[in-house]
Write a protein that binds this ligand. Structure first.
Ligand code: GDP
Ligand code: MG
Length: 160
């Protein structure tokens, strides 16, 4: 929570966004970063990771009963992912809007999944689905000291 000069309150959230192995291979790291940057969100952590199966099974533990679970974990371990934390007011819900729907075929043009992929099993990006899951996922993927606290020079032009 930040207080500006006039004591209005801007409630900041953080979300976990990852470019999946297909997104990395297809050269969509920059495009993903660009869309979050141009919206006004603030990047507070980013790294490339070759995730282990155990780490991915933990990340997707809510889906472990699904028939696609093992394929999902194999896909996610098939190459490096680019893991990020983005910060801003409403960034969790807006992050999901920037990504599009889980199924690319339901995703509108203008969203990452609507613009750049076809298949639910190769949907290029991940985004936390709630503030609670964002907290869990950020803690799973990043150490505390990897999250950077900084003030963007755009802050006071983005928030009243
Ligand atoms: P998300 O939050 O939009 O990523 O969707 P979910 O949390 O429901 O599922 C996690 C990921 O599992 C999705 O992004 C897809 O990569 C994959 N997935 C979801 N549903 C299916 C499915 O029906 N088939 C396959 N092959 N993969 C799926
Ligand atoms: Mg999900």
């Amino acid at each position: 929570v930040r207080f500006n000069h006039f004591f209005s309150v801007v409630a900041m959230e953080q979300t976990f966004i990852a470019v999946k192995p297909d997104g990395v291979q297809r050269g969509l790291v920059g495009e993903t970063v660009r869309r979050f940057e141009q919206k006004g969100f603030k990047l507070v952590a980013m790294k490339m990771v070759q995730a282990s199966s155990a780490h991915l099974e933990e990340h997707y533990k809510d889906l472990k009963e699904k028939p696609f679970f093992s394929g999902l974990c194999t896909y996610m371990a098939s190459g490096p992912v680019v893991a990020m934390v983005w910060e801003g007011s409403g960034v969790v819900a807006m992050g999901r809007m920037l990504l599009g729907e889980t199924k690319p075929q339901d995703s509108l043009p203008g969203t990452l999944r609507g613009d750049f992929c076809i298949n639910v099993g190769r949907n290029i990006v991940h985004g936390s689905d709630s503030v609670e899951s964002a907290k869990r996922e950020i803690a799973l993927w990043f150490k505390r000291e990897e999250i950077v606290t900084w003030k963007s020079c755009t802050h006071d032009w983005l928030y009243e």
